[in-house]
Write a new protein. Structure first.
Ligand code: GDP
Length: 526
């Protein structure tokens, strides 16, 4: 069945949708699920970036009905096929980077420059981009072009999708998840940050720009807060545009930024001594990035270069012997069904039998692709594309998990959580049972409702308060039960922080951050 809807319904439909513009340019747009709506075509007027029309197709069978099907029989043989053994590897460690920060801080430029400096793009391509940028009177944007690969983004100079790029240093292999800075794109940033090991928070030192990004409503604050919630444990604060005429490598400006960021990052939960490092650079000129800068450029800096800082950060070890967990962030058809995502735990190998959750679809790993190379096995932390048998592309959605059969991930439509209420909307300033929001957890985006508040926590003493709680306001910490419109895969925060921490967003704003503390509503186990 197809339904044509009016443009203003865009906000209502949150799904992983295909966006087809009027002039047939097509790109993808990530949103969440809404009830049983699965596929939509959005017709977008490119000039105004407004939605012209929207076609929503309801699938013949809904996800829920599918789940009612008896799960495929999980035989001894299938389970025995899993292995929880580690394998020796002399490969450089793989690290995911997410670039965060206010629009125009220089994230794409830095990303492009890194690819250039590591030889991941050649001189000819750079020259081509330089010419293209010039033709559009956007000369200074050419480095960003390397990251912002679609036409529409180039024309506007904004990175819309979470672009991906790969580079290697002497010590490590990196994937850059270039997060967009524009306010409307925070949901994409969440999907990038949910997979990142290191956050590169880009700050513009240019006069006035640091201030705008850091003010209330600027993205510097929101991004840094979200990154911490999403599990980005290490932050490199890159003070960019140090070459700019209003800055000229001024120590005073650099110190001012560092001084203002410190208390704020501490309030986000970062240990600023252990987890945060600052560094001055020029992304546009590639200064202090691959190699240390010399005193003639900046006499007062005797610290490391950006690459040295990145290579030196201590990272959390992932468990190669743990149960397989690969949150699926995207999927497509290519000689079968290919899913994309990062392995959070466990090893996977070609030929292995696994299960896609929450469908409980038993699948076989046909091919493992890493940066266009096929590999036999992969360890946790790797970004992969995995070709699967026995499953149709339509049966997978972002947020599903490629999981171990023996130790499957929990599937819930209700769970208990501890929430920290950050900043409620002015017209919805009371948080109580019945509150509806959008839940972002690993790659899941799903509508949810607060069923009941359980207990309030004293923000100072962290003790549970005795009196019953009916509602709370901004600043409160509260435990509550949350119901989601569709079943989702989660883990307890204490067992698996990456799959147990989440944000609640309402009308495009992050209103609360939370962790999963109880799985009473869990219906899984194979
Ligand atoms: P993003 O929105 O954070 O990805 O920012 P972009 O990478 O698109 O950069 C925004 C603008 O800042 C562009 O005009 C860049 O050329 C400029 N820019 C970025 N890095 C630097 C830098 O290090 N120095 C100077 N002077 N300009 C920069």
């Amino acid at each position: 069945m197809s339904v044509w809807a009016q443009p203003q319904q865009l906000k209502e439909v949150r799904g992983y949708v295909r966006v087809v513009a009027e002039d047939a340019i097509e790109w993808r747009h990530r949103c969440g699920w809404r009830n049983d709506v699965v596929v939509c075509d959005l017709h977008v007027d490119l000039a105004s970036r407004k939605l012209a029309s929207l076609k929503v197709e309801e699938p013949a069978e809904t996800k829920k009905e599918k789940l009612k099907e008896a799960p495929k029989e999980v035989t001894e043989e299938l389970v025995a096929d899993e292995d929880f053994e580690d394998f020796p590897s002399d490969e450089a460690q793989h690290v995911n980077l997410v670039f965060i920060g206010h629009v125009d801080a220089g994230k794409s430029t830095i990303g492009g420059q890194i690819l250039y400096l590591t030889g991941s793009v050649d001189e000819r391509t750079i020259q081509k981009y330089e010419r293209e940028a010039k033709d559009k009177s956007r000369e200074s944007w050419y480095m960003a072009y390397i990251m912002d690969t679609n036409e529409e983004e180039r024309a506007k100079g904004i990175t819309v999708e979470v672009g991906r790029a790969y580079f290697e240093t002497a010590k490590r292999r990196y994937t850059i998840l270039d997060a967009p800075g524009h306010k409307n794109y925070v949901p994409n940033m969440i999907s990038g940050a949910s997979q990142a090991d290191i956050g590169v928070l880009v700050i513009s030192a240019r006069k006035g720009e640091f201030e705008t990004g850091f003010e209330r409503g600027g993205q510097t604050r929101e991004h840094a807060q979200l990154a911490k919630t999403l599990g980005v444990g290490k932050l490199v604060v890159v003070v960019n545009k140090m070459d700019e005429p209003s800055v000229q490598w001024s120590k005073e400006r650099y110190d001012e930024i560092e001084k203002k960021m410190g208390p704020f990052l501490r309030s986000c939960g970062y240990n600023t001594k252990k987890d945060v490092q600052y560094i001055p650079i020029s992304g546009l000129q590639g200064i202090n990035m691959k190699t240390r800068m010399t005193p003639d450029i900046c006499p007062w800096w005797n610290g490391q270069s950006l690459f040295e800082v990145l290579d030196g950060l201590q990272l959390v070890e992932r468990d190669p012997k743990g149960p397989v967990r690969l949150p699926i962030i995207d999927k497509y058809k290519d000689m079968g069904t290919v899913v994309m995502g990062k392995i959070e735990s466990g090893n996977i190998r070609r030929g292995q039998t696994l299960m896609v959750m929450p469908n409980k679809a038993v699948v076989k790993v046909l091919t493992i692709i890493r940066n266009n190379d096929e590999i036999e096995r992969a360890r946790p932390g790797e970004n992969l594309r995995v070709r699967l048998s026995n499953i149709e592309e339509e049966d997978i959605s972002p947020g599903f998990i490629l999981s171990s059969i023996k130790r499957p991930i929990s599937v819930v439509n209700e769970f208990d959580a501890q929430l920290q209420i950050l900043d409620l909307l002015d017209h919805k300033a009371i948080f109580t049972a019945g509150y509806k929001a959008v839940l972002h957890i690993h790659a899941v985006v799903e509508e949810c409702e607060i069923l009941k508040l359980l207990v309030q926590i004293d923000p100072k003493t962290k003790k549970r308060m005795k009196r019953p709680v009916l509602f709370v306001k901004t600043g409160a910490i509260v435990e509550c039960r949350i119901q989601v419109a569709q079943v989702i895969c989660v883990e307890l925060f204490k067992d698996f922080p990456q799959l147990g921490r989440f944000t609640l967003r309402d009308e495009g704003k992050t209103v609360a951050i939370g962790k999963v503390i109880g799985l009473e509503g869990a219906s899984s186990s194979a």
